[in-house]
Design a protein around this ligand. Structure first.
Ligand SMILES: Cc1cc2nc3c(=O)[nH]c(=O)nc-3n(C[C@H](O)[C@H](O)[C@H](O)COP(=O)(O)OP(=O)(O)OC[C@H]3O[C@@H](n4cnc5c(N)ncnc54)[C@H](O)[C@@H]3O)c2cc1C
Length: 390
């Protein structure tokens, strides 16, 4: 058994680390200042400029196939890179990416939607959640009715990331209510904002915010169906599957950076004539955090490895998402505690992480949904205790 990174993995990981340290972390003070003034941390042109700088560094389209100019990296490598990005709260991600399911597009759709998204000329959003259907995504009601060469969409989506900025939405709509979404009754549509949907910003405890999308008789040409009629729910689950290892990978980076801050603070902050690090109460918080971080690291890398092996990753990635999201919440909470009153202020990014990581237990499958999947797989015998080692 070999737990080491290959030379190539280490080299790529270190290059990203250098980029984040040199180009991203120096922006943090300004990002915090802007966010305190209720402005976006980075605007669209600044993000693009940074992404083009990263492209010169060699990083463009981590998951994008080479024929579209991307790197097409294995999932383990992508996981390691997302961890590096997690080290900074600057809302930066590499350019050259598109929603994984957009690669199911027809040649014409690729020219209109996929390529401009990869190039950063268009912004997409993915919309399945509705006011009445989140965890129970198969209960969606947004209806698409055929009318000649068009489909007419009516209904509402909610909590849609990028929903306010997107030029187009990938919308999962009900095309056959008799069948139900899970059994071929839902279809994915590529819907330009210009076709008539509107968005409403939703205030959240995090920075930025998702949006509600309102469809009131929006006409969409038949050629804008993504994939096949009836394939919408499957595509939706494929879209969500990707986040199940990238989100907790990001969480590891956050937890590592925050824990280092706590260690530095514990060694320098003195109370009662000695550094607080001399207290067992503080030592135990550090020890528990490092132990949980290490456990999360291997769980999540294994779930990414499962993807690379071509195995069904769902069981492993549900465990990684469940544990990684919980871990980062517990670590950031302890880090805040170790910083005392300063941890609670907006002088430091800790309270920002505290608000940010709370989301990780909710979106792209709540903790409870992950537990449901993990236990169902075992109870129904879909998988064995011990996974691929069993
Ligand atoms: C900031 C943000 C960004 C998001 N981005 C997107 C996006 O881009 N696209 C998109 O489509 N959606 C997005 N979502 C939606 C997100 O995926 C849902 O919020 C999430 O799936 C939970 O659904 P819900 O909010 O309807 O909660 P509900 O499904 O109503 O659940 C409420 C509570 O009940 C629990 N629960 C529900 N059913 C069960 C059960 N059977 N057993 C035990 N417990 C249960 C849940 O775990 C949760 O704790 C986003 C959400 C947020 C907050």
């Amino acid at each position: 058994m070999d737990f080491a990174l290959s030379d190539e993995e280490r080299a790529i990981r270190d290059t990203v680390r250098t980029f984040v340290t040199r180009e991203v972390i120096p922006l943090e003070a300004e990002v915090l200042r802007r966010e305190r003034a209720h402005q976006p941390g980075l605007d669209r042109s600044e993000l693009r400029e940074l992404q083009l700088k990263a492209k010169k560094f060699g990083f463009w389209g981590l998951a994008t196939p080479e024929e579209y100019g991307g790197m097409d990296l294995p999932a383990v490598m992508q996981s390691l890179i997302w961890t590096e990005l997690g080290r900074s709260f600057v809302p930066f991600r590499f350019g050259g990416e598109a929603d994984n399911i957009l690669f199911h597009a027809t040649e014409e759709q690729k020219r209109e939607f996929l390529i401009p998204t990869i190039e950063g000329e268009r912004i997409s959003c993915f919309a399945i959640t509705e006011p009445g259907a989140g965890s129970d995504a198969a209960n969606i009601k947004l209806r698409a009715r055929r009318d000649g060469d068009d489909w007419v969409l009516d209904g509402e989506k909610t909590f849609i990331t990028n929903g306010n900025d997107a030029d187009f939405a990938i919308v999962v709509a009900v095309t056959d209510p008799e069948k139900g979404a899970r059994r071929g009754g839902a279809t994915a549509f590529l819907v330009d904002r210009a076709m008539g949907w509107r968005s409403e910003f939703i205030q959240t405890m995090g920075e930025g915010g998702p949006a509600s999308l309102i469809f009131d008789g929006v006409r969409v040409p038949h050629r804008n169906i993504l994939g096949e009629i009836g394939q919408g729910f499957t595509l939706g689950m494929e879209w969500i599957g990707k986040g199940r290892y990238t989100i907790p990978s990001h969480a590891i980076g956050i937890a590592e950076r925050a824990l280092q801050m706590a260690i530095d603070h514990a060694n320098t902050r003195e109370t009662f004539g000695a550094p607080i690090a001399t207290n067992q109460a503080i030592q135990w918080m550090i020890a528990d955090s490092e132990t949980e971080l290490e456990a999360a690291r291997w769980l999540i890398l294994r779930s990414a490895w499962t993807v690379d092996q071509g195995l069904d990753p769902r069981h492993a990635s549900s465990m990684g998402k469940l544990y990684g999201a919980g871990m980062v919440n517990r670590v950031v909470d302890r880090v805040l505690q170790i910083h005392g009153g300063m941890g609670y202020t907006r002088e430091l990014p800790i309270e920002r992480w505290y608000r940010q990581v709370r989301l990780y237990r909710i979106f792209e499958g709540t903790d409870e949904m992950q537990r449901l999947i993990i236990s169902r797989d075992l109870l129904r015998g879909y998988t064995k205790i011990g996974g691929h080692l069993a």
